[in-house]
Design a protein around this ligand. Structure first.
Ligand SMILES: [Zn+2]
Ligand SMILES: [Zn+2]
Length: 116
């Protein structure tokens, strides 16, 4: 014969309640630990992915800068050796040194006295 609820002393009830609370707290602690571990893992993966992405972005940016330095290559136009640009039709680049069309100033073979 077990004691009925009414037959329990308040101390016994307190003990049972306390144990339940401890159990619940323990369960929550375990649950939180698991969640924290999962979060740590996810964060680690995200950090790694961010790093990889950042590297990729840096490379992409480097390519973009390189392309811009060569002056916007916008499409699939053939590469012109004279002006180092991609365009169709005759080369229209003009040398500001000798005023000739067809090569760039930096490729100029003409000797022009230093500009004063
Ligand atoms: Zn050209
Ligand atoms: Zn020239």
């Amino acid at each position: 014969m077990s004691a009925t609820r009414q037959g329990m002393s308040s101390a016994e009830i307190d003990q049972i309640v306390a144990r339940r609370v401890i159990d619940a707290i323990e369960a929550i602690t375990i649950y939180e630990t698991k969640i924290r571990m999962t979060h740590d893992l996810i964060n680690q993966v995200i950090r790694q992915e961010t790093k990889v992405e950042k590297n990729a972005n840096n490379k992409r940016r480097a390519y973009t800068i390189g392309a811009n330095e060569k002056k916007a290559y916008a499409g699939n136009l053939p590469y012109c050796n004279k002006c180092k640009l991609h365009h169709v039709g005759p080369c229209t680049v003009k040398c500001s040194n000798c005023k000739w069309v067809g090569h760039m100033t930096r490729d100029c073979k003409e000797y022009v006295a230093a500009m004063n």
